[in-house]
Design a protein. Sequence first.
Length: 497
Amino acid sequence: MRAIGHHIGGRRRALEEGRAKAVFDPSTGREVAQVALASRADADLAVEAALAALDCWARTPPLARARVLFKFKTLLEDNRDMLAKAITVEHGKTLADARGEVARGLEVVEFACGAPHLLKGDFAEQVGEGIDAFSTRVPLGVCVGITPFNFPVMVPLWMFPVAIACGNCFILKPSEKDPGPSVLLAELFEQAGLPAGVFNVLQGEKEAVEALLAHRDVAAVSFVGSTPIGEYVYRTAAASGKRVQALCGAKNHMVVMPDADLDKAVDALVGAGYGSAGERCMAVSVAVAVGDVADALVERLAPKVRALKVGPGLDPETEMGPLISREHRDKVAHYVETGVREGASLVVDGRGLKLQGYEDGWFMGGCLFDQVRPDMQIYRDEIFGPVLSVMRVEGFEQALQLVNDHEYGNGAAIFTRSGEAARSFNQRAQAGMIGVNVPIPVPVAYHSFGGWKRSLFGDRNIYGTEGIGFYTKIKTTTARWPKGSRSAADFSMPTTG
């Protein structure tokens, strides 16, 4: 049985008896590993290791830090297939999807390689008589990342390369459901020449998180996950004086206008709604059909949803893999029951799917609802599974109102041939990321990722220049080199006159 332990101070730590949990292959339901569960003492060791490395790493020239990141980038490229397989075995997503995850994480590493340019400060000469002023960006200290099961490589790579490029040390607390890739990332980073203690991995559950949130030597916390937990992380860490960014839940709408290319819209909905079994914070879970396009949309969607090739992620023919756990599959199935009970029309029912040879896997076919109303629980809640809801509205304004009235504001998309409609949607939709004929508008690495409303707690988005801003603080120096003899004390407020 494979053992997945902590990686602290450049060393793997073995599992302790009584402090471990099973890790499963969702395709088979079988245990494939045991992962360590950190205690508060383990969290203290991780922070101590990061603190021990901090002073030297923070004083390392940014260009030297970037050279380590360049080597790390090369190692990630050389080992992308290994990482993708590790993701698939523990998460269940298809290999193609896992490779895409690694690629999107790599983009942020590439961005972080250019951090020396972005860490430049400002200089102002002669702000007063013989006085100059300059500002510099300095690292925060020990930073923590708490990451979700659905992207065990991509989301960590959205955090720690930027933090480390800025001169911080980092502790990653990955999901206990698919922790294996986290240790692989740590080993590759140290092969690239990263000093021991700069990047650490602490495995575990709530006890590990609580210890890190409360630790006095942790300066910042980055989180990606559900809204209830994200709000708790934000409140708890902020209350102890830490800088926090918590990226949370979503209910992403895709508005389909009557003039849209319907074939492209349908293909976009199938890929964005059912890819990765809907376990994405940017998955489209609501299709808003405007005007008379609804009947044709549902008519074309239904056969494609029924025809989804559901199977193990390692099978190259598979289009949609299993859900992450038996409990989560049952939770999603309960939402489907709720939708039926509330009066929505279940056009395609993917419950009860069994695959020959994989009878114990946590599979579920795609589900498609029509006639969904705003008061229904399946519309209000983030289901996080292969369930797509179609809502019917008369016009553009009603579609926009649906987007803006929902408590989540992660992403929203519109499919149309009208530049006027697209421009109006972009300006007025209350969401952090907008797609125009793009169903999953995840920004490239040199922009940034983040939602609005209850999809984000904190003031800064993740990666891009927002990430540089989050992982640094400004120090401004005002300097004078006087001539001649020492002047008398001045008790008035200094001015630039």
